[in-house]
Design a protein. Sequence first.
Length: 692
Amino acid sequence: MTMQKLTPTAVSLCLASALFLAPAMAQDEQPTPKLKMPLQAADVFALEYANDVQISPDGRHIAYVRNSFDIMTDGTRKALWVINTSTGQHTPLFADQHSYGNPTWSPDGKRLAFTSNRSGRNQIHVFWVEEQRVAPVTEVAHSPSQMAWSRDGEQLAFMMSVEEPKSDFAKSVHTPSKPEKAKWGKTPLIVERTLYQRDGRGVVKSAYNQVFVVPSHGGSARQITDGPFQHRGPLVWAEDDQRIVFSGNRTKDWEYQTRESDLWAVTLADNSLEQLTDLPGDEYSASLSPNGEQLAFLHGDNAPVPYRNATLHRLNMESGALSEVKTDLDRSLEQPLWIDNQRLTVQYTDRGLTKVAEVNLNGEMKDRVSSLGGTYVSRPYTSGMYSVAPATGAVAYTHASAYDLANVAVNMDGATHQYTDLNSDVLGYRELGEVREITYESSFDGTEIQGWYILPPGYEAGKSYPTIVEIHGGPHASYGPVFGIEHQRYAAEGYVVLYVNYRGSTSYGKEFANLLDGFYSSERDFADHMSGLDKLIDMGITDANNLYIAGGSAGGIATAYAVGLTDRFNAAAATNPVINWVSKTLTADSSVGQIQNQFPAMPWEDLAHYWKRSPLSLVGNVKTPTLLFTGELDRRTPMAETEQFYQALQLRNVDTVLVRVPDAYHGVTAKPSRIVAKVEHALAWFKRYHKE
């Protein structure tokens, strides 16, 4: 493999911005949007956001992936940029027709590994910072991921999918030779696995993630794990660089054990395996202390309930002793990273805000950052990520607000600096709706519900407006006070938009998240939404004669269930709904885990429970005009679910329309044009039923 001189690409991605360090911004400060033209549907193509923000170990540089949309290909461009934290200089390493991702710094901060398809197939490349040179490192058949540098910088570990040999049955099937130039139908697919499909990929081959190593200067990649098991990262090198730690379930029945995984170590010399943990449930997200003595990791128990918190634990690498780092926080932790041998950083979400906190080995915590997010474009889901520089303790992260997507920011010594301003060229010239917080009690049982509502641009106090209740998916997910173009687009057309974290949402603790256990969907979450709507009516903000409801996935289910309980809405728009839980659980890719953890028994053992939770059980009550919007390739909430509701409503002469999105999976808004399509179809449908 030859090393090539890097030629910086002279590409400006819509205001490269922030060539020098931006002024410090308080964590809770939000920029005031300039009052210009309301947000337009086509603006989605001009939006950008940062992700994979990785600060070098010495804190001198930040690499990140700059995401933008291509209006000609309807896809996402992923460019690789680097920021000098001392000068603020902002440089595109690669901003061309190829795709870049997974930036990973070497331990000395002098090299940056990344993946790219610049040499054809997706491969690992390494960039030398001072020399300004780049070279491919791998020549492998499939896309590598989960890269990790050895502590001496001489090797790179990564994961890659490897196909298993054909089964005895598949080998025994006789297929005659096809005559030359004959045009036969496609070869039948043989399905033998329990987990045989995956949304976004369809029916999958029997292939499993395995661990590989390759010299960091390039060479032959060597596979060091095997077997029909799914392994996962992050990969962690032991102190002596002779073992690599990963997470996986290596039992025979792993496909039926959706909440079981352990930490394992594979030895490079002979590929031998050692099981490091054996707690009931999942052990994952390992991170090694700087001195190599303590392995921090996350653990989630295996209780058959819809939601559980992930807690922080540590393993003594010499003695094998396990202990929990007990905190007083009733929240799920993510991504433990060491600052030094006594302190770590963790990510968690609290009441719709995604945060980074420091935690010591006694479990004492203090927040560092409270504004992560902005990596989910279409709706205001909590999201975001961070990295830490052990040499300085600086935290680099995706900084978001209610009025912008993710930018690159750093928190250090109590101060926060934002380095980019990726959307000022677009959102700086749009009048966005004001986002306000709302809390109230649910009429079902008095449970406090937190949420937000967006006022339409030009809002006049004392005037009531048509209002959309928009419901998030999951249901074990959460919204927050962050930008989502769908919601702001609704507001731009004159609607108040109410979105709340109803019972079952994350970021409010384990008990709150499990309040829908056995009652998803039901009158309970329905009351959570209707109570918020009634409060807006009482506040004089909402026009009670023009109410609308919308949601996707779990929100689509809640929408379909709601119109079976009330006629108050002028119209509804349900995206990717479940209509019949029996057919859903027996056809979707999430079947095993959902049945085990969400339902009391198999569908044929407790049909009454499945039916009661199904919107189809209430279809005889529905009078609300309903739009249905689903991807034709959806394997999480298959198209047949939507079709059942559509045909049932047609049989009842209820005004309804079915919008089928070709070539789209459950992530129906994965392409920017589909974000536009989803919103604009709903707006046209709602406008049709507006009352003067």
